[in-house]
Design a protein around this ligand. Structure first.
Ligand code: ASP
Ligand code: MG
Length: 805
């Protein structure tokens, strides 16, 4: 025989009760012997409580009462609920009169919910030709008189239940009230909230059922609350001990006492969803499980009470007095923390108890407060407790790190010494983010990386296209979910919490909101509890860098192809690093020099590993590489080669921005600073390739006078030695162990056969000289400019950060 239980939501008017009836009918059609146990329908228990409360306060409850009645009769007009209605109505009048009610009265009123539910369901089944009858569990479930949370008297209850069900074999389908019972004199009691699960377990035990099926409104027990953690998974199998553990941390679809009776008789419990009865659900039984289950539970509505004082140091008996006082006032304590210096004790209690606790402690420690041994007893509110069940402290480091990475302050940590639970206290505002990061660490579900892209020009646009086309692969291969939730142009920002798709350009044009600053993006990320935030600067903006620190302070890691942040004053360079360090954030900018070439990363690695870098030299600019590579070997005028470069889009619109050497100088400075050199831009000696006479005037003026460049460059070319070529290079040298190096940007003549001399096309080349490598530099060479390779480089930075999350 199976015991089938349906909860309130499964019995709610409309789809709920219809589904429930269909499920019951299915069992009867298959002639499966069952006993049905019901909870009150929909939200009835809470509504009854509300009526009592209103009546007691002398408030007008007539509307609520009418609503409750019509809710009850809605599914079956043929049912007679007048006994229950009368009882409720009369009792409410009495409560209103007395302005008071006892737990005993409350139990009687609440019991009507289950009584009405069983009558209703039985009546409908009868109307559908199923011989069913409502069964009042007060006839056999016997308890003590602790109203509201009565304790079962096992021997009597078991005997009575057996007599009721077995000695008088039932010819009909019994629809039994959950939750309610009676004391030995027949007065109604209840088994505590959600108690119909307990009634069900007791019936199963007494009747030696083969199985209990608990039909709920969820698909089973999850690894975390799916409303909080979208990636939460169903736990398919649990053993009784594990289930018990979950119950004590608030898996509310189970009842604290409902596992034990099943365990005693080895009766399995299946949790199914009424609304999708064919999904597998969670199966709880007696089996041995080698791997501990893991689940993340959250308790809200709690607070920390913190007692602090220098006078507590070394005092014996303080803790005993604290806990004794709380005991006296019936206050339950959760996580406890006491530093080894004993100057402060903190513990978690229910928020409802906070005032009571503080008052009681202030009285208990009146003397200590007066003589300043204790300076404060405070409640820290707006917190939540997260418990990871089935997790020992050794395996928790990654989760812990992920919380730190996500800027979540951990107020308290607590682990059970044996057993496998860890509890953390965090601010309530962080709890969603925290639960999600812990959950994804533990279950290895894909990490969500939430990205805001600033700048949607050539590099930005290409990057977005690259992200969109590789997203699926990255999810599969690396379990990293890239979610671009913001795209900001100079005027507008497109925000989408589920991430943009291939249509982003259209969406941007149609739905983007006007941007009033970076705060908009930060607020959006906050509102959506986004973890693992990354901001990417693909703008050419000189002012956006001012927002970098705000982004970092709000939990973003940074990536930029924009060079400004790294080339402003050394002081501001340092200030940003300071903030990054303080907030444990990363800033990657591989594309600042040599686009996607792994240059900065290599230099960083060498430098951090203690390798002594003695010189870095190379062709840093793609456009100038093109110009001199061609001019050196072709019988063409300088102006015609420059024209070609302009036409191919290799230069800036005003080519003087390339020719002046500042861009090369900036890149050189960035590399120098990678080596901890404190140089300023002004200290770089730059050979400007533009003759003085052409430096003023507009771009158009300049473009009209390109031929004036031919004579001087012809001269430079012919002044060279045999088999030599021209290269425009950046050169960092000097004693790089000092605070500052020598930074020079020059047009030089080098042997054609040398590494620099052999560069082709618009490639960049970098020679890194180090102590260990001696005269043979490490050479990094390749395409060092262009939107595609730059975007690739940015993407590389993105994955580098994402993988470390
Ligand atoms: N109806 C009762 C409650 O809401 C019992 C139950 O649902 O299990 O707590
Ligand atoms: Mg690079």
């Amino acid at each position: 025989m199976k015991i089938i239980k349906f909860g309130g939501k499964s019995l709610a008017n409309g789809k709920g009760i219809e589904q429930t009836l269909a499920i019951i009918q299915d069992y009867t059609q298959h002639k499966t012997p069952i006993v049905v146990v019901l909870s009150a329908r929909g939200n009835t228990t809470n509504q009854l409580l509300k009526l009592l409360h209103k009546a007691q306060k002398g408030l007008d409850y007539s509307e609520d009462w009418t609503a409750l009645k019509s809710y009850q009769i809605a599914p079956a007009v043929a049912v007679d609920l007048s006994t229950e209605f009368d009882l409720i109505q009369r009792t409410l009048q009495g409560v209103a009169l007395l302005q008071d009610y006892s737990p005993k009265v409350q139990d009687l009123i609440l019991a009507q919910g289950e009584l009405m539910a069983t009558k209703t369901v039985a009546a409908i089944l009868q109307a559908r030709s199923i011989d069913s009858q409502a069964v009042d569990s007060r006839q056999f479930l016997t308890t003590d008189s602790q109203f509201g949370n009565a304790q079962i008297q096992e021997t009597i209850s078991e005997a009575k239940t057996i007599v009721f069900f077995q000695q008088k074999p039932l010819s009909y389908l019994p629809i039994v009230t959950g939750f309610i019972a009676a004391n030995e004199s027949g007065t109604t009691t209840t088994l505590g909230r959600n108690g119909s699960n307990y009634s069900t377990a007791l019936l199963a035990k007494y009747l030696q059922a083969d199985e209990v099926i608990n039909y709920t409104h969820v698909n089973g027990i999850y690894t975390a609350n799916p409303e909080q953690v979208p990636d939460a998974r169903i736990i398919e199998k649990l053993n009784y001990q594990e289930a018990n553990e979950l119950v004590s941390f608030g898996a509310s679809i189970l009842h604290a006492r409902s596992i034990v009776p099943l365990m005693e008789r080895n009766i399995p419990l299946r949790i199914l969803n009424t609304f999708s009865p064919h999904s597998q659900g969670t199966y709880i039984s007696q089996y041995t499980n080698n791997s501990t289950i893991k689940s993340v539970a959250v308790q809200k509505s709690v607070c920390i009470i913190n007692i602090e004082g220098k006078g507590l140091l070394g005092q014996i008996g303080i803790d005993a007095r604290i806990f004794g006082t709380l005991h006296l006032h019936n206050i339950n304590i959760g996580v406890i923390s006491q530093g080894s210096s004993e100057q402060s004790v903190g513990f978690v209690i229910d928020i409802q108890d906070s005032q009571k606790a503080i008052q009681a402690l202030e009285i208990e420690f009146g003397k200590e407060i007066k003589n300043k041994a204790i300076n404060s007893i405070l409640a820290i509110k707006d917190i939540a407790v997260i418990t990871v069940i089935g997790q020992n402290i050794q395996g928790f480091s990654e989760s812990y790190q992920s919380l730190i990475n996500n800027n979540i302050d951990i107020l308290l940590v607590n682990n059970t010494i044996h057993g496998n639970n860890i509890s953390l206290v965090v601010a309530e505002k962080d709890v969603n983010k925290a639960v999600n990061s812990i959950h994804s660490q533990i279950f290895g579900v894909a990490k969500n990386i939430n990205i805001a892209v600033f700048g949607k020009g050539t590099v930005g646009g290409t990057l977005l296209a690259q992200i969109l086309s590789s997203k699926a692969q990255i999810l599969k291969r690396k379990e990293i979910k890239l979610n671009v939730f913001a795209i900001a142009g100079s005027q507008k920002v497109l925000l989408n919490k589920n991430g943009i798709d291939d249509n982003w350009q259209q969406q941007y044009n149609h739905t983007a909101e006007s941007i009033d600053g970076v705060q908009q993006v930060i607020d959006f990320a906050k509102a959506n509890h986004f973890e693992n935030l990354i901001a990417i600067d693909n703008t050419a903006s000189t002012t956006f860098v001012q927002d970098y620190s705000t982004l970092v302070q709000n939990g973003f890691d940074l990536i930029s192809s924009n060079k400004i942040a790294n080339t402003e004053s050394y002081a501001s360079y340092q200030a940003l690093r300071q903030i990054l360090k303080q907030h444990n954030k990363k800033y990657l900018y591989e594309t600042n020099v040599g686009a996607g070439l792994p240059l900065i990363d290599t230099i960083k690695l060498l430098h951090d590993s203690g390798e002594n870098i003695t010189r870095i030299r190379g062709v840093f600019s793609g456009s100038l590489s093109y110009i001199f590579n061609h001019y050196s070997v072709q019988e063409q005028s300088f102006s015609s080669i420059l024209q070609e470069a302009i036409q191919k889009g290799f230069t800036e619109p005003d080519p003087r921005e390339d020719l002046c050497g500042n861009d090369v100088a900036r890149k050189l400075l960035i590399l120098a600073r990678e080596l901890d050199l404190e140089n300023e831009f002004e200290e770089i000696s730059i050979q400007n390739l533009i003759p003085e006479s052409l430096r003023g005037g507009t771009a158009a003026d300049f473009l009209a006078r390109l031929e004036e460049l031919n004579a001087p460059y012809r001269q430079i070319k012919s002044d060279q030695d045999e088999e030599h070529v021209l290269r425009y290079i950046g050169d960092l040298h000097g004693d790089l162990q000092q605070n500052k190096g020598i930074l020079e940007v020059n047009l030089v003549s080098v042997p054609k056969k040398s590494a620099l001399g052999q560069v082709k096309g618009s490639d960049s080349i970098f020679e890194i000289y180090t102590k260990s490598y001696g005269d043979n530099p490490i050479v990094i060479q390749g395409a060092g400019a262009g939107a595609a390779v730059t975007a690739r480089g940015v993407f590389g930075d993105l994955l580098r950060i994402a993988e470390k999350k």
